[in-house]
Design a protein around this ligand. Sequence first.
Ligand code: ATP
Ligand code: MG
Length: 499
Amino acid sequence: MNSTPILELRKATKRYAGIPAIEDVDFTLLTGEIHSIIGENGAGKSTLTKVMAGVVQLSSGQMLVDGEVVSPQTPNDALQMGVAMVFQESALVPTMTVAQNLFLGQEKFFNRLRGIYISAQQFLQSLQFDVDPTAQVSLLGAAKKQMVEIARAVLHEAKVIIFDEPTASLTPEEKKYFFDLVFKLKARGVSVIFISHALEEALLVSDRITILRDGKHVVTDMASKFDRERIVQAMVGRDLSQTLYGQRKTFVRRQGKRVLSVQNLRMAAMVKNNSLSVFAGQVTGVFGLVGSGRTETFKVVAGIIKRDFMHGGEVLLNGKPVRYFVPASAIRDGIAYVTEDRKIEGFFETKSIADNIYLGLLAKLGGSRFLVSRKEAAEVGEHWIKRLNVRAISKDVKAIELSGGNQQKVVIAKSLVQDPQIIIFDEPTRGVDVGAITEIHDLINRLADEGKAVVVISSYLPEIMALSDRILVQRMGKVVEEYSATEANEEKIMYAAIH
Ligand SMILES: Nc1ncnc2c1ncn2[C@@H]1O[C@H](COP(=O)(O)OP(=O)(O)OP(=O)(O)O)[C@@H](O)[C@H]1O
Ligand SMILES: [Mg+2]
């Protein structure tokens, strides 16, 4: 890292309908540095970086690249200036292949499609990325999608690469690989902006850290001058003394009625003779590496994966066999699934927060009610917005205009409004800030206390440990171990997940 600024923002302000999402922010990115931007959900991290990447334009203030005032109007503009962004939600064209995405807009340089594939193959190999250039992007996992986006940035010789929550959907191994990659980029002289809610990650990889609060710049300093406490203090503007995941569970809830039982479930290559039970009044944690079939198992339970893919086995709800073809039937029977993929399955992007939550209720009530009652929607919305502390610059914003973490809360509210008896959370705190994680965990605990059967699928072991009364470990398509919270420890669980 040297001390020449490659990119600067001066008094950067972005307003939506007159309300600032970021205000008077000064920011300097140095050549070859890794610079983390940290802040609560809605603090303005994505907005700040979207300005740099030409996705949105400043309402006032200036942006400079290499000392020259610029104002990129589109991501492509920004890319021409050397600024690339890897988005919080992937920006690749899902229906196209890896190679087509890499060379998007440059097809004219190739006279045959085959040429694209050969070039892409060579280029991916030079980066040591194990991605098939002919694969359709929609079929790739999160880590591979990210590799394609990084490859695209490197291909365009970006001097600045912005990563908005790149590690949220990666496994621990993938994360390690990702950070190796970031260090390689740095070694090439690329400047990296890194956004993450995992404070430890930011502390570990950054040269410098900038903290935003309510759209304003709070502090920028060397990473070595920060620790977790100082970051949290600056993020929230007050002391948040009980740190996250601090206490271990001291008691285990009593097992209630067996409400759900999965028997010998088989599904393509993902789920192999999986059997498990879920009980009322408890949190059942489901741990496993990505690809261990956790999500697929519970998507079958909730009717999200259709019967065609289900090759055998049984699902029993309160002792009776059930088979759902659509989520709506599962919802009507009291099974809610809170998605890990808020963009695709979560909500109606162009509707308001309240309408989205109300639509959750209508889904439960079924075809009998079509009309959205404005007043009722507003009331229901209001209640849940308060209960989950959904924050937006105004209450009329559309779901798409919410910050990532707040979108996650709306997805949760939409399911809870259905008052389910079984509620399955798939990675419930992905992309959620430190304060909000505590709020969501409190909520999950309260649901179990109220007698609901709660399932928490998480790849984050401390989250599993903090919430679960019972822990199921899945490996290669089925549950291989079960622990009560009192006998479990991280080593045992990890061992079962891997061996
Ligand atoms: N298009 C938009 N219209 C209206 N408000 C918006 C729009 N985009 C963002 N906002 C608002 O600007 C504020 C900052 O949002 P931003 O997405 O930058 O937050 P963030 O720090 O990235 O949060 P998170 O950690 O949850 O991703 C939020 O209050 C958000 O609702
Ligand atoms: Mg964001």
